[in-house]
Design a protein around this ligand. Structure first.
Ligand code: 5GP
Length: 130
């Protein structure tokens, strides 16, 4: 059965897309730790990131680098944190999280609740950034 992220990539489940190419897809996390919290996934469905073939993993990091640049410019944060963790979805994914101080990264903190309009605004801003 397809993972929830594959369904998102196929457009079967809606998402707030920020970037896409032939092999990768980036979209806003629906339970964000900060505004602009983005997930980068390979279109190839592999559970564990280090089971990806080296070319796909390398390409995923280059795609994430470009997405992180857009997030940084759109959100005006100091840096963009890169986090890989979690056992929730069996589809490799990288969290890109706007970072201003180290305490911004805490997966135990309550997540932000954003309106659909705000998600759309943020996704459009990141997608349109350099
Ligand atoms: P992890 O496995 O890295 O702990 O968490 C998976 C992440 O995917 C979580 O941050 C969760 O909010 C996000 N997520 C799970 N399901 C969906 C979904 O349907 N849409 C979006 N945009 N994000 C999701």
């Amino acid at each position: 059965m397809a993972t929830i992220f594959t369904k998102i990539i196929r457009g079967e489940i809606p998402s707030y897309k920020v970037a896409e190419d032939e092999n990768y897809y980036a979209f806003l996390d629906i339970n964000p730790m900060a505004e602009g919290h983005t997930l980068v996934v390979p279109k190839k469905e592999v559970d564990y990131i280090f089971d990806l073939d080296p070319d796909t993993l390398g390409g995923m990091m280059r795609f994430a680098q470009q997405a992180a640049g857009k997030i940084k410019n759109a959100m005006g944060c100091k840096r963009v944190a890169v986090v890989v963790l979690g056992l929730e979805v069996p589809h490799a994914h990288i969290h890109l999280i706007p970072l201003n101080r180290e305490s911004d990264i805490d997966f135990r903190k309550p997540k932000l609740k954003l309106s659909p309009e705000r998600f759309t605004e943020i996704a459009d801003k990141i997608a349109g950034a350099q």
